[in-house]
Design a protein around this ligand. Structure first.
Ligand code: 5GP
Ligand code: ZN
Length: 112
């Protein structure tokens, strides 16, 4: 828990979010600025800044998040989706609480 972290505030319920999923370890909610018809974020409840500060002890948590992605995407009606983990400022990360973007819907996503 980090006092000035926006995702910690969402996890605590201090900032509202459109929740997709929640359990003891993880929360998933719709991105406030979706880039596709469906765009949600899977976030561990543990405050870890980024993939660069993840350690061996977080292996199971990271695996759990990845395995949730196809399950939650299917529940949102997606037949395929893209995942993205922006890491560090150079990687385009804006919120320094590690999270996986899951997005898709509509036409095929462009190749990158
Ligand atoms: P990143 O750190 O990977 O660049 O992206 C952070 C994402 O969090 C952005 O896509 C942004 O739209 C989303 N975001 C930032 N603040 C909020 C918020 O208060 N609520 C929700 N639902 N999403 C947010
Ligand atoms: Zn946090």
């Amino acid at each position: 828990m980090s006092a000035d972290c926006i995702f910690c505030k969402i996890i605590k319920g201090d900032i509202p979010s459109k929740k997709v999923y929640e359990d003891d370890d993880v929360i998933a909610f719709h991105d406030i600025h979706p880039i596709t018809r469906v765009h949600f974020l899977i976030v561990p409840k543990l405050h870890i800044e980024s993939l660069q500060t993840c350690e061996a002890q977080h292996q199971a948590l990271l695996g759990k998040i990845l395995l949730l992605a196809p399950k939650l995407a299917a529940e949102q009606g997606l037949k395929g989706f893209r995942t993205m983990i922006n890491t560090g400022r150079e990687g385009g990360q804006e919120v320094f609480h590690v999270h996986v973007h899951v997005f898709g819907g509509g036409e095929s996503l462009p190749r990158i």
